[in-house]
Design a protein around this ligand. Structure first.
Ligand SMILES: [Fe+2]
Length: 453
């Protein structure tokens, strides 16, 4: 739909730019309905702030999966939880051919929306064919990102849905479906070519079977390992066994020095489910639609890995703060991007309000004080709180946090919180309801002085 002026309550600080959020937003096409959260066709939501006014829009990503589903009255390509049983031998053969060639695999880019640093905005999920470019103003689908490097190939049709994005590059992983291992790749801003390919030994990582395609096997007997690579050379500098863990989103990682002033260990923080893989099963829609006042998901904590750099064979995993601070639920995290890869104090995430552990709060974690501030409204389901720093800020939490909220009664709005106090600054109401969603990005308005960056 076209952009339209929306009501803005309150007066935010000079916030000039565009927030875009991606996520599944359509779970029914024709007479067919999906049953898992990750199946939904991607919906983009945009809120643009300019000199105290806000405009908003939403639009479906016109992936091949979505377009063909609309045309056919039901899904044509295979989504996350779909594993249709072939009937005849011919069906089985064509199914195998379709998987190996990627022809039946989805390109439904419903997870992240990273800007590439050269003005282009990418939407993606776990399949490499889902790398869809969109116009950040109109939200129109403008094409697919065609990599110029020739990396990947038939057995590397999967990618991380959570690349690490800086102003200058994007780092991601390509799992190898034929052999255990990953290719770790980087792509400079303004390029379509991924460089520094490296065979990343994952022989002791939790094994991911290529079939059934979107299902995971939990194989704790294989052990859980973490590997540390030198970012500039690609050399593995540590490889340690750690306790079994279940993580969908990492918060940050940084080096910690020892008494001699040299790097002694790497700290890795994450949203961790106590090694319980059932989180994947529990994200089915009928559970999420009826969470009420009881726990429907495995408990979650801020997990902290300590990976020694002295050649020790084992790393540690413990809990960074009392999980009761955030209601035993924590996921969909962000930090001040200036602290990416560096020591930091604050993380922003969706937490929970007891007696349920469903992520129904916006939560600011203070890792120094080991406390949390929580924003909560009855019946509201917020999406990832995204931190945007104030221009010229020196304090880590000097800025705002933006989240799209699906409210009780079907309303939807963008919420702007002061990141320091975690108090509401502004609320931008949409004239219609908004689906829940996943990840967002911030594109500053470079034409206005004093912009948020
Ligand atoms: Fe995610």
């Amino acid at each position: 739909m076209a952009s339209r002026i929306l009501t803005l309550r309150g007066a935010p600080k000079p916030l000039n730019g565009t927030y875009i959020r991606n996520g599944p937003g359509l779970w029914e096409v024709g007479g067919s309905a999906f049953h898992h959260l990750f199946d939904g066709y991607a919906t983009l939501v945009r809120v643009s702030f300019r000199q105290g006014r806000a405009t908003g829009a939403h639009r479906q990503i016109e992936s091949d999966a979505y377009v063909s589903a609309v045309a056919s009255g039901g899904p044509v390509l295979r989504e996350f939880s779909q594993c249709p049983k072939p009937g005849s031998l011919l069906d089985r053969v064509s199914n195998v051919v379709g998987i190996v060639s990627g022809a039946v695999i989805t390109d439904n880019a419903n997870s992240a929306v990273p800007p590439l640093g050269d003005g282009r905005v990418l939407c993606l999920t776990e399949t490499t064919k889902s790398s869809v470019l969109v116009d950040p103003e109109t939200l129109a689908t403008v094409g697919k990102l065609k990599h110029a490097d020739g990396l990947g190939g038939m057995m590397m049709m999967i990618q991380s849905a959570h690349p690490i994005v800086t102003e200058s590059e994007i780092l991601t992983m390509l799992p190898d479906l034929a052999r255990r291992g990953h290719l770790v790749v980087r792509m400079a801003a303004g390029s379509d070519e991924r460089k520094m390919p490296l065979r990343y030994s994952a022989s002791s990582l939790i094994k991911c079977e290529p079939a059934p395609y979107y299902a995971f096997e939990w194989l704790p007997a294989y052990g859980s390992y973490m590997h540390v690579m030198c970012r500039s050379t690609g050399k593995t500098v540590a490889s340690v066994e750690v306790p079994p863990f279940m993580v969908m989103h990492y918060i940050n990682a940084y080096e910690e020095k020892g008494l001699d002033g040299r790097a002694a260990r790497v700290i890795v923080d994450c949203c961790e489910h106590y090694g319980d893989p059932s989180i994947v099963e529990t994200l089915v829609l009928h559970r999420l639609r009826s969470f009420g006042d009881k726990d429907v998901l495995p408990n979650a904590r801020v997990g902290r890995f300590r990976i020694p750099l002295d050649g020790s064979p084992f790393g540690e995993l413990d809990t960074a703060l009392d999980p009761e601070e955030h209601g035993r639920g924590i996921d969909m995290c962000s930090i001040n991007p200036a602290h990416l890869g560096k020591r930091y104090r604050y993380a922003y995430a969706c937490g929970a309000r007891r007696p349920c552990n469903f992520p129904n709060t916006l939560t600011k974690i203070d890792l120094a004080e080991k406390t949390a501030k929580n924003w909560h409204e009855v019946g509201a389901v917020p999406s990832e709180p995204f931190f945007v720093a104030r221009p010229g800020a020196t304090d880590e939490d000097d800025g705002v946090v933006i989240s799209i909220v699906s409210a009780l009664g079907g309303d939807g709005y963008a919420l702007v919180l002061d990141a320091a106090t975690f108090q509401e600054i502004a609320r931008v109401r949409f004239p219609y309801g908004l689906p829940c969603g996943f990840h967002g990005c911030w594109i500053p308005d470079k034409t206005l002085p004093g912009r948020f960056i």
